[in-house]
Write a protein that binds this ligand. Structure first.
Ligand code: SF4
Ligand code: SF4
Length: 90
């Protein structure tokens, strides 16, 4: 498992998923307002699934996923900024 980086086509937003830390709880998937994230099967993990960025172009950089992930497994970056674009994080 590793750190997976996904950047929107226009370069505006970037998501970093630390797969080692993701426990597959799907909180971020359920809370993401734009359906950018999804759970996918991962048989090599005891949880059975892991989060993946499946629709990056929909991401609006709100930061909810980063703010709500209990395991600090996902981070959101906006172009030219080091933290979420819309102040979604605490
Ligand atoms: S909230 Fe965090 S731990 Fe839970 S599925 Fe999303 S990235 Fe993984
Ligand atoms: S930053 Fe917002 S829109 Fe983008 S994946 Fe996270 S919760 Fe979804």
């Amino acid at each position: 498992m590793s750190l997976v980086e996904t950047v929107s086509a226009n370069g505006q937003f970037k998501l970093l998923v630390h797969e080692t830390w993701c426990k597959g709880c799907r909180i971020c998937v359920d809370l993401c307002p734009t359906k950018t994230l999804a759970m996918v099967e991962s048989p090599d993990r005891w949880e059975g699934s892991i989060v993946k960025v499946t629709n990056m172009e929909a991401c609006n950089g709100c930061g909810i996923c980063e703010a709500e992930c209990p395991d600090f497994a996902i981070s959101v970056f906006a172009e030219g900024k080091s933290k979420p674009a819309a102040g979604g994080a605490a």
